[in-house]
Unconditional design. Structure first.
Lengths: 286, 655
């Protein structure tokens, strides 16, 4: 008898691993993704949504610039907009995903599925905010106030996304309710193979320049095929400097991933701007 | 000290307890506590279920008319699907559709003008009254006192209102200045045809933009610009952006050419100088005189000194422009809001003329959209909206889907005139700063109502409202024979492209402009330049009524009610301000403030960049008490050709 039982690997028919890639070279910062997300996911409407500390959004349109670099000069600087949502972390091993938020949740309100989507069940959340503290991307929001929808704004609410209570943590779920909707549609047509279903989250569907793409990270035909993204010199992941070691020093990469759980997010950003890659990844090439 | 009896102590303690109990009850705390308890223990609002369906339609916000699909749950619209085409605006349609402050019926003024107090009336009464006013003015020989202001985004209703007012006998129909109206005025000057300048972005291979923020809502058709932008990336067209502020357009461009505020025209003359040096000529009239000015006064060295663009950069841009197969130089500074002088349009169009881009594929053409036909009138209208506000008056003024009180630099003048002058009729879905001065406000539908969604409340398509008014006026029955907006749409909005015609260089106007410009930049009393920027989705101010737009504002655009302006570190040091300082900004027209300062190298030295669209006085509670309206102090020099104020570049000082 051994005291330790290795966790049994889940057996799953799921072949999909959902991921996203955002080409910032094509992003004009128009804000369509943010509004589409807010509309689809029933974002609360307060008296003043310009009030940052009170704001609840799943997708944050961040303005970034390199203007505070010491040797930046007027004329050399740039600005970019960064659509930032839940990065759907996998942890070091995508086959045994350990996102930072899931392991700390005392009530299993957040979990990770075999499709790679980190779920969040508002009604199960007790509001301890451990997950919010553990999230490396500040992608989780706490409902300090009861979500409100003044008067007829309630008419535009989506029945597929439940309204959260006050005192719960909410976040982006890659619009997994749309996936469920698409699955139901196919089942109604008699197709029961879950891997036959494709879907597009609201932000990606709304992007007017096609800067955001979504698909299966494991599928070579998909626009977000992970093996291809890993080799793309424009690709970078948010605050994930360990990626730079993967090719340059595989031994060190192995050593580090053994002693520390990295987020390993499923959202990739693509940009040809060196400064932006450095800013996003947190890794500066010297 | 007197000794307290046991009985007294008990009484005092009892009194304190009773007082606290009464105080607690009257403080409202138990009721608030009970309310919280109810909220915490009961379920949250559950959206009403219903059968899912999708309605197909077209987004009618701009001529692109992108296809949209509206997701319905029962009879509720919950989402607009756009499938990667167009722009962000269809996504806001649901917010507009279900806005709680949507006008529910026609309103008649109940208080003093400008007080914003209204009482509901029936459509019949409103239409009867407005038609009677038109009758009164026409029969009294004062038909020319009927005037109309159309919003830059109004299409069908703008055409119908134009037809209505002109048929009634008045030439006073104005559009809020926008890219197409300003460029049409300029091409009237240089090409003798009043049609807007059409750049063939789809086929050009070198796009030189003089402050036109092409991917930020520019030109009134953001969908077309988004598609063109993606196409440039795909086929390798080169996009060069000239701008005083590092906007997103400047960042996505292949090259950003930073320059001093307001010097775009001078840079265009500098590039022309280099083109002439390369042997490029224009066949346009007065080219000889124009080139004399350019050769003698606008050498690269002098232009570099004024604009801050290096001599080498000027030469490089000119060489690239001359070398390209299909180069276009784009005029019309701004994004949603555009402001450029006619001379600036001419100076930039001159570059197109010198490289042979005028009137050819991949170059620059003239465009107009099919309308409802013009009505010939003898009376003379003002040159443009700001000219009309400043010098004109109206016995009956229609404001259609426009907000000139907020958007025009003459907004205050217009508000004062509306307080005194005759009847004002506003057509819009939400009460805005201009409608507050109206006698009648007619509720119109949002962009997805009418088709495919049913109109809410008693709101009407603006075309239908105007047709009803025309139908009630004696003698106008035949001028507008259509039954509904569905009859009007097929007639309008078809793009007609034509060649560019013969180009004529406006030498006299250029000289006047340059003299004025020299005076302006030499102003020692106001050492800084105020230039506009736009926040995502806020644009020129329309977005501020929508909460999901406010969710996109960052903490360096607005915090609380305070607006942030941007300044270069060198300028900040010189002016003695630091990050987060509160300042007032003063021009010769007045003062606004206070605003907070964000110090950033994305703005040219000597400039203060201020976001447009804030500081509404009357535009739903969501837009209320947010920042200041920069237009109040922006430059009010009226362009002699377009009749619109050239407000882009204003000399200011800060305190």
């Amino acid at each position: 008898m051994s005291g330790h039982v290795a966790p049994k690997k889940k057996v799953s028919d799921m072949k999909r691993l959902w991921g996203m890639a955002i080409d910032l070279d094509k992003c004009t910062g128009c804000g369509a993704c943010q509004v589409a997300c807010s509309q689809e996911n029933n974002m609360p409407i307060f008296d003043d949504d310009s009030d940052l500390p009170k704001r609840v959004v799943f997708l944050d349109l961040m303005k970034v610039t390199n203007d505070n670099d010491r040797d930046a000069k007027f004329g050399d600087v740039k600005v970019a907009y960064l659509p930032k949502m839940c990065m759907q972390c996998a942890g070091n091993d995508p086959d045994d995903p350990q996102p930072p938020c899931v392991s700390v949740c005392p009530v299993v309100a957040t979990d990770v599925g075999d499709d790679g989507v980190v779920s969040q069940i508002w009604s199960r959340c007790i509001g301890c905010r451990y997950c919010q503290a553990s999230c490396p991307y500040e992608a989780r929001v706490f409902n300090w106030w009861k979500p409100r929808y003044e008067g007829s704004f309630k008419e535009g609410l989506n029945p597929d996304v439940s309204i959260a209570s006050r005192g719960t943590v909410v976040k982006c779920t890659f619009c997994s309710h749309i996936w469920k909707r698409e699955r139901d549609r196919l089942i109604a047509k008699g197709v029961t193979d879950i891997n036959a279903v494709q879907y597009t989250p609201a932000c990606v569907a709304a992007c007017p320049t096609g800067a955001m793409v979504f698909g299966d990270l494991k599928d070579p035909q998909s626009p977000v095929y992970e093996e291809k993204l890993k080799r793309d010199p424009r690709a970078v992941r948010l605050v994930h400097s360990i990626d730079a070691l993967r090719d340059t020093n595989p031994a060190e990469y192995e050593r580090r991933t053994k002693i520390k759980n990295y987020p390993n997010p499923k959202v990739w950003y693509l940009t040809s701007d060196q400064w932006l890659r450095e800013k996003l990844s947190g890794f500066k090439k010297s | 000290m007197e000794k307290l009896e046991r009985r007294e102590v008990i009484l005092m303690a009892g009194g304190a307890v009773a007082g606290a109990a009464v105080g607690t009850v009257f403080s409202g705390a138990p009721f608030l506590g009970l309310q919280w308890l109810v909220e915490w223990t009961q379920d949250q609002h559950v959206p009403a279920p219903g059968e899912e369906s999708y309605l197909q339609g077209k987004c009618l916000l701009c001529p692109s008319a992108c296809p949209i699909s509206v997701r319905m749950i029962g009879n509720r619209a919950v989402k607009v699907e756009t499938a990667n085409n167009g722009c962000y605006r269809p996504q806001l349609a649901i917010q507009m559709l279900y806005h709680p402050e949507r006008l529910k019926s026609p309103l008649k003024r109940a208080g003093k003008k400008g007080s914003g107090k209204f009482a509901p009336v029936s459509w019949e009464e409103a239409i009867k009254d407005i038609a009677a006013k038109i009758d009164e003015l026409r029969s009294g020989g004062k038909a020319a006192e009927i005037a109309a202001i159309n919003g830059a985004g109004a299409f069908a209703s703008a055409e119908v209102l134009k037809r209505l007012v002109k048929s009634a006998g008045s030439p006073n129909v104005y559009s809020e200045p926008c890219y197409s109206s300003l460029s049409a005025a300029a091409s009237g000057l240089t090409q003798g045809q009043s049609a807007s300048i059409y750049y063939d972005f789809e086929n050009a291979d070198f796009i030189l933009s003089f402050g036109a923020r092409l991917v930020e809502g520019w030109g009134g058709d953001p969908g077309r610009m988004n598609r063109a932008f993606v196409d440039w990336k795909r086929r390798g067209a080169r996009y060069v952006q000239i701008d005083t502020v590092c906007t997103r357009s400047a960042s996505v461009a292949d090259r950003w050419v930073p320059l001093n505020a307001g010097t775009e025209t001078v840079l265009a003359l500098g590039i022309a100088n280099q083109l002439i040096a390369m042997g490029r000529r224009s066949a346009g009239a007065n080219f000889a005189q124009w080139s004399q000015i350019v050769i003698n006064d606008y050498t690269p060295e002098r232009v570099a000194e004024i604009t801050g663009v290096g001599v080498d950069a000027i030469k490089e841009i000119a060489a690239e422009f001359a070398r390209a197969r299909n180069p276009i130089a784009v005029a019309g500074r701004g994004a949603s809001a555009v402001s450029s002088s006619s001379v600036e349009f001419a100076a930039i169009q001159a570059l197109n003329s010198m490289v042979g881009s005028l009137g050819r594929r991949g170059g620059v053409m003239l465009a107009d959209y099919s309308g409802l036909g013009d009505v010939a009138l003898n009376a003379q209208a003002a040159k443009g909206l700001d000219d009309f506000i400043k010098n004109g008056s109206a016995g009956l003024l229609f404001i259609n889907d426009a907000n000139p009180v907020h958007r025009s630099v003459y907004g205050k003048t217009l508000a004062d005139k509306m307080k005194k002058d005759g009847m004002v009729v506003a057509l819009m879905p939400l009460l805005n700063d201009s409608a507050a001065y109206a006698d009648y406000v007619l509720p119109t539908i949002s962009s997805i109502e009418g088709e495919p969604i049913e109109a809410r409340f008693k709101s009407m398509h603006p075309v239908d409202a105007l047709l009803s008014i025309a139908g009630a006026v004696k003698g106008l029955e035949n001028a507008l024979p259509w039954k509904s907006f569905k009859d009007v749409y097929p007639l309008i909005g078809r793009l007609n492209l034509r060649g560019a015609g013969n180009f004529a260089f406006p030498v006299g106007l250029l000289k006047d402009y340059l003299a004025g410009f020299a005076k302006k930049i030499g102003d020692k009393k106001y050492p800084l330049a105020l230039v506009p920027v736009e926040a995502p989705m806020v644009g020129d101010g329309d977005g501020m009524a929508l909460p999901y737009v406010l969710k996109g504002l960052d903490g360096l655009t607005l915090t609380g009610s305070k607006l942030w302006v941007m300044m270069n570190p060198d300028t900040a040091k010189q002016e003695g301000v630091s990050e987060g300082s509160r300042i007032d900004i003063e021009s010769s027209r007045g003062e606004i403030g206070s605003v907070k300062v964000h110090i950033t190298k994305t703005v040219a030295p000597g400039a203060v960049a201020i976001p447009l669209g804030f500081g509404h006085e009357f535009y739903t509670k969501y837009a209320g008490d947010k920042g200041v309206n920069a237009k109040e102090i922006m430059s009010d020099d009226i362009d002699p050709i377009s009749g619109a104020a050239d407000w882009w570049f204003t000399r200011v000082k800060i305190s």
